[in-house]
Design a protein around this ligand. Sequence first.
Ligand SMILES: Cc1cc2nc3c(=O)[nH]c(=O)nc-3n(C[C@H](O)[C@H](O)[C@H](O)COP(=O)(O)OP(=O)(O)OC[C@H]3O[C@@H](n4cnc5c(N)ncnc54)[C@H](O)[C@@H]3O)c2cc1C
Length: 422
Amino acid sequence: MNAAPPVLVIVGASYAGAQLAASARDAGFDGRILLIGDETRAPYQRPPLSKGLLTGKTQVDALALKADDFYRESGIELLTGHRVTALDTAGRVVVLDDGRRLGYDWLALTTGARCRPLTLPGAHLAGVFELRSLGDALALDAAARNARRACVIGGGFIGLEVASALATRGLQVSVVEAAPRLLARAVTPELSDFVAALHRRHGVDIHCGQGVRALIGQADRVTAVELQDGESIACDLVVAGIGVLPNTGLAERAGIACANGILTDALGQTSAPRVLAAGDCAAFPNPYAADPAAPIRLESIQAANDLARAAASLVAGQPQPYAAVPWFWSDQYDAKLQMAGLMAADDEVVVRGDIASGRFSLFCLRGGRIASVHAVSRPADHMLGRKLVAARCAATPAQLADEGFDLKSLLAVQACNSCNAQ
Ligand SMILES: Cc1cc2nc3c(=O)[nH]c(=O)nc-3n(C[C@H](O)[C@H](O)[C@H](O)COP(=O)(O)OP(=O)(O)OC[C@H]3O[C@@H](n4cnc5c(N)ncnc54)[C@H](O)[C@@H]3O)c2cc1C
C-alpha cells in the first residue's frame, strides 16, 4: 500500500509563504502544498504600495508576485480569502475560519505583520490611513486625489516613501517623527540628515523630536494634527507609519515560543516540532547583527525570502541554514537608498563620495571590519557592499574614503587571509 504524500501547510500568502512553497517544490518536496492567505488576492508586491502605486507609475495589475499560472504549474494549492484561526500542534491540524480542519506533516507560519495602531485621541476620524495592504493603498490614493495637505506620522521608511509620493503629486506634506532624527532605527545620522534635506528640498515640513498629542477633526473628519508642544498642523489626511507588529497570535495561542516575533533558528524551526516560521512574523539570530545570538526581526523582502528558502530546504530534506547578508532598499524622489548589513549605534561611519552630490556611500566599520554599507544612488557600491559585508572585510577609514582606492581589492585580501588562517 502506498503511503499518503506528505502535506506542507503554509499560513500566510505573501512573500515568505510564496517563496517557501516555491522553494520546497524546487528542492524536490513532492507532497501536497497548501498556501492559505486571508487576503482575497493572490500574493502581490508590497513595496510599490508606498512608491509607484501612489505616484501613478505602477498599476494594480502589475503587482502580482507570481505569474497567474505559477501556482497551478508548480502544484501549489492557493487558498485565498481564508483565515487560519487555530493550530493543534500535537494533532498536527490547522483550523480554517469556515471550520475545516486540515492535517499537516509540515506547517509554516508566514503570517507577516500588521500596522502598529495609532492610539491617540482622534485616531478613529475619517481621513486617517495606515498602509500595509493593497486595499490600504487604494484608499489612500483615492483620498489623496481630493486632498491638498497631508500629515505623515512617523519618519521611518514607509512614512517617508509616502511623504515623497504625496509631495510628488503636489500635496503639501508634513512629517512628524518622535525620535530626534528620521530613520533613526536603521541608518546613520549622516543618512538621516541627507534624507531630511532631500524632503525639505521637495517642500516637505519635517518635525523631528515631536510627539503627537491628538488628531483634531470636524464632522468626524480629520482637519489637523496637534503636536506635544501645542503646534497644530492643518491637514486633509493623515498617514500613520509608526511601525508594525508581528502577527504572532496564532503561534502564541498554540504555545509556540514568541518574543517580538515567532522565535526560530536559522532553518526557520520554531519551538514546536515540524512547525516553521519565516518573514516579518519571525525573529531569529542573525549572523550579521551586532549581537549575533539575539533574535531579531528584519522587516524586509530579502529576509522573508531567505529564511523561507532555508525553511523549505529543511522540508525538502536538504537543510541549508540562513546565512544571507541582510539588505533593503527605499526609493524617495529620485534617490535610491540601498542598505547592506546591519548598523549598530557605535559603528564608525566613513563617507565615500560627496554627500552634497546626492550620490555617495556610508561605510560602517565595527572592530575594523565592514559591517554595513548604505549607498545613495550608487548601486554598484551596494552590490559590492553586500560582498564586503559577507566577507567581513577589514578596511581602514582612509581606504574607504579614498575614491581612488579599489574596494574590490579588499575582497582579494580577505580571501587570502582566510586561506592563510586555515
Ligand atoms: C508599503 C510597504 C512598502 C514596503 N517597501 C519595502 C521595500 O522597499 N523593500 C523591502 O525589502 N521591504 C519593503 N516592505 C516590507 C515587505 O513588504 C515585508 O517585509 C514583506 O511583505 C514581508 O513578507 P511576509 O510574507 O513575511 O509578510 P506579509 O507580506 O505581511 O504577509 C503576510 C500575509 O499573511 C496573512 N495572514 C496573517 N495571518 C493569517 C492567518 N491567520 N490566516 C491566513 N492568512 C494570514 C496576511 O494577511 C498577509 O497577507 C514594504 C512593506 C510595505 C507595507
